[in-house]
Design a protein around this ligand. Structure first.
Ligand SMILES: *Cc1c(COP(=O)(O)O)cnc(C)c1O
Length: 408
């Protein structure tokens, strides 16, 4: 029986398959390994936290009230209105909830439907590298050509910490007459980097010059530890060519609910809906009013969520630094990047394989976010999640300390 299809063919052409097969993602593999070894899981980015009570209570109420059948394909009106109000209140962006907002099955579906709707075979799509692993897969499925702009790394002279940065020249050079879209993830997974104002402006300028679309992945927009998030759509002239994507999963600690959304001009919404309606049609009826309640929370409630996470970022990064890793201190998100080479471990792929058994801790090698052979210095880097309970982080640090002691 033939077991290949359009994705396998596209993925093989893009070099995404090993031995002709789609492997389980590194996150699934590492979570399985965590379970097998009873190891602490700092790998996959799902939080230990409970959602805000207002959000979980609203979902329970919605189920009890009988809101359990297919919601409208574009999303419940109450949620579309809450998304439009959120964009206006936080960013000064005006979107019409009836024609410029589309609710999706997580940011994942919004990204997939957007690229499948708007990228033709041979079109180029630019991302940073490292990148969230779904991007390469969907660009391949759409038949697009993936162009990347690598992040660079250096050591901060005063702190000795690892600093990851955008190479603006490389980003500018990635644009070409065939650029159809630039897919911008800020705050960034896996690094927690927030793009500087100059980088956002460069992207807006180059996209305008090449008449390219801007697709944003802003799922960490509220989990910032210093400067506030600035959406690309809010730059002068950028809103008409931008599809802004976000999700409730990370902000409200409900990654299993899979409620996401996008905002864009009506003609783009129409094109994307043309794909989205045949993927899932709609989803998450009782979760939609609950997410609407979450988006309407006062700013102080969002700041408390981020502040709490910032404490756990500091716990993990301070602990890893003491153990002997060279760490990056992320500006946002769920993850820190740790360089294991000071501990005599220059190969993070091999280290991530051994750590669950040797130390009882699971981490993800940063190579999972690069194309084959493109990781450079990052082959020694691990991604570790701090969206876990303080107790989990403290135990993981104790285990890593015991593992590292003989290596220093
Ligand atoms: C988690 C994550 C997503 C997926 O969001 P869902 O709403 O769970 O589909 C997309 N992009 C990035 C960068 C993420 O970290």
């Amino acid at each position: 029986m033939k077991t290949t299809g359009p994705w396998t063919r596209a993925a093989a052409a893009a070099g995404l398959l090993k031995d002709g097969e789609a492997r389980p993602t590194v996150f699934a593999q590492m979570s399985a390994r965590a379970a097998a070894h009873g190891a602490l899981n700092l790998g996959q980015g799902f939080p230990d936290d409970a959602p805000p009570t207002a959000v979980s209570e609203a979902a329970v109420d919605a189920i009890r009230e009988g809101r359990n059948q297919y919601p409208p394909g574009a999303g419940e009106a109450v949620l579309r209105e809450a998304i439009a109000e959120h964009q206006a209140r936080w960013y000064g962006l005006r979107w019409d909830p009836a024609s410029e907002v589309l609710v999706s099955t997580g940011a994942t579906e919004a990204l997939a439907a957007t690229l499948l709707a708007l990228v033709q075979p041979g079109d180029e799509v630019i991302t940073l590298e490292p990148f969230y692993d779904q991007y390469a897969a969907i660009i391949a499925l759409a038949g697009g050509v993936h162009r990347t702009a690598p992040l660079t790394s250096r050591t901060d002279e005063t702190t000795g910490d690892l600093v990851l940065e955008v190479d603006e020249d490389a980003l500018r050079d990635a644009f070409s007459p065939r650029t159809r879209a630039v897919l911008v993830n800020t705050p960034h997974n896996p690094t927690g980097l927030m793009l500087a104002q100059s980088t956002l402006q460069l992207i807006a300028d180059e996209a305008a010059r090449h008449d390219a679309l801007i697709v944003t992945d802003e799922v960490y927009e509220h989990l910032t530890f210093g400067a506030a998030h600035r959406p690309l759509a809010s730059l002068p002239g950028a809103q008409d060519r931008t599809i802004s994507i976000s999700s409730a999963g990370k902000t409200f600690s409900v990654t299993g609910w899979k409620i996401g959304w996008l905002t864009a001009r009506p003609e783009l919404i129409t094109a994307i809906t043309g794909v989205k309606q045949w993927l899932t049609y709609s989803s998450g009826a009782p979760f939609q009013p609950a997410v609407a309640a979450g988006l309407a929370m006062p700013p102080s409630a969002f700041h408390e969520l981020a502040e709490d996470l910032r404490g756990r970022r500091d716990l993990l990064t301070d602990g890893l630094r003491e153990i002997g890793f060279r760490v990056s201190v992320p500006e946002a998100g769920y993850f820190t990047v740790a360089d294991a080479s000071p501990l005599g471990e220059p190969d993070a792929d091999a280290l991530a394989e051994r750590l669950p058994a040797e130390a009882g801790v699971v981490a993800i090698p940063l190579t999972a976010f690069y194309r084959e052979g493109q990781a450079g210095a990052a082959t020694a880097y691990l991604r570790m999640a701090f969206c876990k309970s303080r107790a989990t982080i403290e135990q993981a640090l104790e285990k890593l300390e015991a593992w590292a002691a003989p290596r220093r």
